[in-house]
Design a protein around this ligand. Structure first.
Ligand SMILES: [Zn+2]
Length: 470
C-alpha cells in the first residue's frame, strides 16, 4: 500500500499543505486559505475553491493573521550564539556587582551587555587595569563600541582583544535558531566581524536563509575567488563588504555636525578608495554611519560612485540625518538602501531625549521615499521584530517620524527582501513565492501595546513547518 501511495504521490507530483481559517496579510477578509506546494505558495483564496491534490497537512489557523515571515537585515547572529557561553553584565548597576560576576565565573573569557553610560569611564578603566586574572576577561559594552579588559582597561572599537578563541557548539546554534523561529524570523543578514563568523554559516544547512556580509580583511580573498555581491542561492548568499565609518551615540563616538566627539574607524579618503576597489569588482558595500555628519559623508561618497553601483549599496543605521542629506539621498534612491533599527529608540532614549538631535533621529517617516529594511543589530538589542514595530509606530523620541503598522511590517518583510535582492522570490504572500510565513494574533483588535508581547504561533520556511504553537 505504501508503495502504491508513493506512486500516486509521484503521479500528482507532491504533497501539499493547506492553511485555512486565517486572515492573510495584504488580502481581504473573504480570502481565508493558502495552499503550499513543495516550497512555494500555490494558491491563495477561498477554502471551498482549493485545488485538488494530496494534502499532507491541514492546519486551522484559528482566525489569526498570516504574515510573510520576517527578514532581519542587520544582525551579528554569530556573536549572539557566542553569548550563550559568556557572562551577562546587562543587569549590573554598580562596580561591586561587576566584580562579583567576574569572580563567579573564573574560567570565562568574555562578557557582554554592560551599559557603560551608567558608570564613570575613568573609574572603570583603572579598576580593570588592576584586575589580575588568568585567563584575561574582555567585556563588550552593550552597544559594542567600548571594551573593558582585565590588565588592559578601557578601549574602544576595534577591540584590542587577547586571543581567547571561543568554540561554538551545535547545541547553542540550534537553540539560537529556534529563538528566531519563535519571533517569526526565517531570514537574516549576518554582518560578520571576522572571517570565522562569516564561515560559521557553512554549517547551518537549510534551517535559516542567511545573507552574509564580510569584513575588510576578507576583501582580497573574495575578489580573488571571483565572488560577486547578491549572487548565490537564497540559503547562503554573499552580500557586501561591511565597513565602519563612525562610532555610536551611546559611546559618544558618532560623527556629528555640531560636536567634536566623532571617532572614525576609516578616514574619508581611505574609505573612498576601498569603495572604488569593491565596486570595480562587483562587490557591494554596506557602511556603518550613525552621526548626521557621518551619514552625510557616506551619501557624498555614494553620489560620487553612483555610476559604478551595479545593484545597490547600503547605509547601516543612518540614525541621525539632516533634511539636506535626505534630499541628496533621494537623488540616488534606487542605488542606496538603508538598514535601520527601531529598537535603538528605546535604548538611546535616555541619552537623546533632552538633546536637540532627537529631532533628526530615526527619521522613518522623512525617509519614506527610500527603501528601508528594518533590523535588530542583535546582540546590541534583542531580535524581536514585534517590539521593533512597536517603537517604529509609537516613536517616543519624535512623534512626527512615527510610521503606520503597514509601513513597519513592510520594512521587516518586502522592503527587507530588497536588501538582499530577493524581493521577487520572498517577502510577501504571493503565488509562486517561497512559502516563508509567520502567524500572529490579529493586531487590529488590540491597542499599540499588543506589539510588546506579540509572538509567532507558526513559522514556516519554504513549506517546512519549523515552529508551531497553536
Ligand atoms: Zn551592527
Amino acid at each position: 500500500m505504501s508503495n502504491y501511495c508513493g506512486i500516486i504521490h509521484r503521479f500528482f507530483g507532491f504533497f501539499m499543505i493547506l492553511l485555512y481559517n486565517t486572515k492573510i496579510w495584504g488580502y481581504s477578509d473573504n480570502i481565508n486559505s493558502v495552499v503550499i506546494k513543495e516550497d512555494k505558495i500555490f494558491y491563495i483564496g477561498e477554502l471551498n475553491k482549493i485545488p485538488d491534490g494530496v494534502y499532507k497537512k491541514k492546519i486551522n489557523l484559528k482566525n489569526k493573521l498570516l504574515l510573510p515571515s520576517f527578514i532581519d537585515t542587520h544582525t551579528h547572529f554569530s556573536e549572539y550564539i557566542k553569548l550563550k557561553s559568556q557572562i551577562n553584565f546587562s543587569k549590573v548597576n554598580n562596580i561591586e556587582q561587576i566584580l562579583k560576576l567576574i569572580n563567579d565565573y573564573p574560567k570565562k573569557v568574555k562578557g557582554y551587555g554592560l551599559n557603560i553610560s551608567k558608570f564613570n569611564k575613568k573609574d572603570l578603566d583603572s579598576i580593570f587595569k588592576n584586575i589580575k586574572r588568568n585567563p584575561l576577561l574582555t567585556m563588550a559594552s552593550s552597544d559594542y563600541h567600548s571594551y573593558l579588559t582585565t590588565s588592559i582597561g578601557l578601549t574602544d572599537w576595534p577591540p584590542k582583544l587577547p586571543n581567547n578563541k571561543e568554540k561554538l557548539n551545535n547545541k547553542d546554534i540550534k537553540l539560537a535558531i529556534t529563538e528566531l523561529y519563535k519571533m517569526g524570523i526565517t531570514s537574516i543578514h549576518e554582518m560578520a566581524f571576522t572571517k570565522e563568523d562569516f564561515y560559521l554559516y557553512d554549517n547551518i544547512a537549510k534551517n535559516l536563509e542567511v545573507c552574509r556580509h564580510f569584513p575588510l580583511e576578507m576583501l582580497d580573498e573574495i575578489i580573488k575567488t571571483n565572488q560577486k555581491s547578491y549572487f548565490g542561492n537564497e540559503y547562503l548568499k554573499l552580500a557586501s563588504l561591511k565597513l565602519f565609518y563612525d562610532g555610536s551615540i551611546g559611546s559618544n563616538t558618532a560623527l556629528m555636525f555640531n560636536s567634536n566627539s566623532g571617532k572614525l574607524n576609516l578616514k574619508y579618503k581611505d574609505l573612498d578608495k576601498i569603495i572604488e576597489k569593491a565596486l570595480n569588482n562587483d562587490i557591494s558595500v554596506s557602511i556603518h554611519a550613525i552621526g548626521d555628519r557621518g551619514v552625510d559623508d557616506i551619501v557624498n561618497l555614494f553620489i560620487k560612485h553612483k555610476n559604478n553601483i551595479k545593484k545597490f549599496v547600503r547605509i547601516e543605521h543612518a540614525q541621525t540625518i539632516t533634511d539636506e542629506t535626505i534630499e541628496k539621498l533621494e537623488t540616488i534612491k534606487d542605488k542606496v538602501y538603508l538598514s535601520m533599527q527601531p529598537l535603538h529608540i528605546r535604548d538611546d532614549y535616555l541619552t537623546l531625549k533632552d538633546m536637540s538631535i532627537k529631532d533628526i533621529s530615526f527619521r522613518f517617516k522623512s525617509l519614506k521615499n527610500m527603501t528601508i529594511g528594518f533590523s535588530s543589530d542583535v546582540p546590541v538589542v534583542e531580535f524581536n521584530p514585534f517590539k521593533a514595530i512597536y517603537y517604529a509606530i509609537t516613536h517616543k523620541l519624535n512623534k512626527n517620524e512615527a510610521i503606520t503598522v503597514k509601513e513597519a511590517i513592510d520594512n521587516y518583510t518586502i522592503n527587507a527582501a530588497k536588501l538582499s535582492n530577493s524581493d521577487k522570490i520572498k517577502g510577501s504572500i504571493e503565488i509562486g513565492k517561497f512559502a516563508n510565513l509567520a502567524l500572529i494574533n490579529d493586531y487590529s483588535k488590540y491597542n499599540e501595546s499588543f506589539w510588546l508581547n506579540a509572538k509567532s504561533y507558526l513559522t514556516i520556511l519554504r513549506g517546512r513547518v519549523l515552529y508551531i504553537d497553536l
